[in-house]
Design a protein around this ligand. Structure first.
Ligand SMILES: Cc1cc2nc3c(=O)[nH]c(=O)nc-3n(C[C@H](O)[C@H](O)[C@H](O)COP(=O)(O)OP(=O)(O)OC[C@H]3O[C@@H](n4cnc5c(N)ncnc54)[C@H](O)[C@@H]3O)c2cc1C
Length: 411
């Protein structure tokens, strides 16, 4: 039974970051109230579970931390945050809920059942057992300003005003607004003078002006075991050719580089396991119809061959030297990222210069921020979820430390 005199911590936003912040604060003895705008918590978590919930990754710690990027992100912050809550702790936590996890050959870690729903159900039960009070359909609409210390939420029965010893905001990013993460909270933070980096789609597809006649030959086809570059940065994996452009791990990973380019362009190596010289040798005896012959001699899929033919025609290239150059470096000019609402995650959010090391706002030291609402991004692979849990925990520990310090001062 939590004491009535325990510090009161309010968490706003019921995604993984908010739920884990609530759990951490409750385990440290706080009275916790959690407010969520939607009719239930964890809606984006459930969406994430549709294609298999990639909880975290088995990367070595020194590699893991390199996945996180953000504008003026303080050096070493993720090293410390993830050292406090490494991937093994996330796996142990899931095991504590009775959710066994496994690592794929790629290092990605999933629940054995792949789904998010059983995990979320048991998580909510645990939070209830920890006496976390959960209020759904409560949307934060105003932050304290002037002399008022009240946080204003819109609820079905009318306006609710809340005060707390510490507040943790975990309001999410700006993709998949249907799940509740609509990024609209930025106006509220702006209004109290907290700067927010503009939203950008991350881990998203890109549009390409494919010629109409090419679409039927490539649409829905994967380019497996491909390699590609955006400028000097490379990535390997899969690309999916779609009617509107490109999707898939490679292009998600290269998002930050592509967004920084004035004329974004992806250079794809369609035969990364063979050198240009090896490919040339395979075509040595061919005297005519080089382009047709590449399909068989280079074992190109229908889609790869169609792409090669498209670029060769566009560049007016047809001899073997040209074709070898193109197959190893197929240039695909990109128009723009797909709309942010479709993106798996978003870059942008509360600027790092606005927060202290414990994730409290410099403007308001009893207010903490966590999860995707902070200005960091990471590729798919479980890094997003791990970052949300770890930052939620970090913010909760900061909030509790703040409460204890405030009490000692006032004693
Ligand atoms: C299709 C898809 C697949 C994904 N797959 C994976 C994956 O396999 N692995 C992985 O690591 N990541 C994945 N992600 C990303 C991951 O789901 C997010 O990074 C994560 O959910 C962010 O957690 P969060 O707690 O910061 O925010 P969110 O989960 O977005 O939660 C924020 C919550 O705050 C609430 N809220 C917002 N504004 C207010 C307000 N004003 N008042 C009250 N409440 C409010 C929202 O309703 C929401 O419930 C996926 C995302 C998508 C869209």
């Amino acid at each position: 039974m939590i004491s009535e005199t325990a510090p009161h911590v309010v968490v706003i936003g019921g995604g993984p970051a908010g739920l884990y912040a609530a759990e951490t604060a409750a385990l440290q003895g706080a009275r916790v109230s959690l407010y969520e705008a939607k009719a239930s918590v964890g809606r984006k978590l459930l969406v994430a579970g549709r294609g298999g919930l990639n909880l975290t990754h088995a990367d070595a710690p020194e590699v893991f931390v390199t996945r996180y990027r953000g504008v003026q992100m303080p050096e070493g912050w993720w090293v410390r945050c993830l050292a406090e809550f490494p991937p093994e702790m996330l796996r142990d936590w899931a095991a504590g809920l009775g959710i066994e996890t496994f690592a794929q050959r790629t290092g990605r870690i999933y629940p054995r059942e792949m789904k998010a729903a059983p995990l979320l159900r048991r998580w909510v039960e645990r939070l209830r057992a920890l006496e976390v009070k959960m209020f759904v359909k409560h949307r934060l609409v105003a932050m304290p300003s002037g002399a008022s210390a009240e946080w204003v939420l819109e609820a079905p029965a009318g306006e609710v005003r809340v005060t707390a010893d510490a507040i943790i905001l975990a309001l999410g990013g700006a993709s998949w607004a249907i799940t509740g993460s609509d990024g609209k909270w930025t106006e509220m933070l702006d209004s109290i003078g907290v700067s927010v980096q503009p939203w950008q789609a991350a881990n998203c597809g890109w549009e390409v002006a494919w010629p109409e006649e090419l679409v039927p030959r490539i649409e829905g086809q994967p380019l497996k075991n491909a390699a590609a570059r955006a400028g000097a940065v490379g990535a390997t994996g899969e690309l999916m050719l779609t009617r509107y452009g490109l999707e898939g791990g490679i292009i998600y990973q290269l998002g930050p580089e592509l967004r920084a380019m004035a004329f974004p362009e992806l250079c794809i190596d369609l035969k990364p396991d063979q050198s240009a010289e090896q490919l040339r040798r395979k075509m040595e005896s061919v005297r005519k119809n080089h382009l047709q012959e590449t399909a068989v001699r280079w074992r190109l899929s229908t889609a790869s061959h169609a792409l090669l033919a498209w670029r060769a025609q566009r560049e007016g290239a047809c001899d073997l030297t040209d074709l070898t150059r193109i197959v190893k470096n197929l240039r695909v000019p990109l128009l723009r990222p797909r709309p942010i609402d479709e993106a798996i995650s978003s870059a942008g959010g509360v600027a790092w210069r606005e927060v202290a090391d414990d994730l409290s706002l410099l403007h308001a030291p009893n207010v903490f921020v966590a999860g995707e609402m902070l200005d960091w991004e990471a590729p798919t692979g479980g890094y997003l979820m791990q970052g949300c849990f770890a930052s939620g925990r970090w913010a909760a520990r900061g909030a509790l430390a703040f409460c204890l310090k405030a009490r000692n001062i006032h004693r």
